[in-house]
Design a protein around this ligand. Sequence first.
Ligand code: E4P
Length: 217
Amino acid sequence: MKFFVDTADIDAIRDLHALGMVDGVTTNPSLINKSGRDILEVTKEICDLVEGPVSAEVIATESDAMIAEGRKLAEIAENIAVKVPLTWDGLKACKVLSDEGRMVNVTLCFTANQALLAAKAGATFISPFIGRLDDLNMDGLELIADIREIYDNYGYETQILAASIRTANHMSECAKIGADVATAPPGVIHAMANHVLTDKGLAAFLKDAEAAGIKIV
Ligand code: E4P
């Protein structure tokens, strides 16, 4: 499973990138707002740092305007994936932009039917939002599994980009289901390394190393 980082925080991307943990980046208007940076400037900086796809989201809601914004965003760098919302206009924009050879990430997906439409419209990525469904007491992971089954049934090449990930458990469950990509905030990726027994075991080993007077270098 590929890891995308769901942030516009350059320092956080740089840290994870140095560890080989960054196969791509996703942003959205809320994350750009949080960064306090200009969208074109910060997106260019991210594209210069990361080789993989960097999603940048349009803000227009009508298809022609989305297409114009998508083309402008795609000029930033070759690894831009234009992010469009899963509306009928978004699907029209997806079709045009993907026919032009651009990567398109269709976002705000909450049903298997929406994912089916995005695949038909030529999306490179479909972004089902797990956490926002869980917030409503619905099952976000079940949606990932349903989309996996449907895409496999028909051989759709659209990649399932599990989004709105809130916990380390979401990451392992997505990997078990077979999501192609999971995009997570830096904190969730760091949390994947944590286990209370690791901390406890390490503390015991260090105590015994001190008692034994072990020195290595
Ligand atoms: C990524 O593409 C999405 O915009 C993001 O994962 C949404 O996450 P949130 O539901 O935590 O805002």
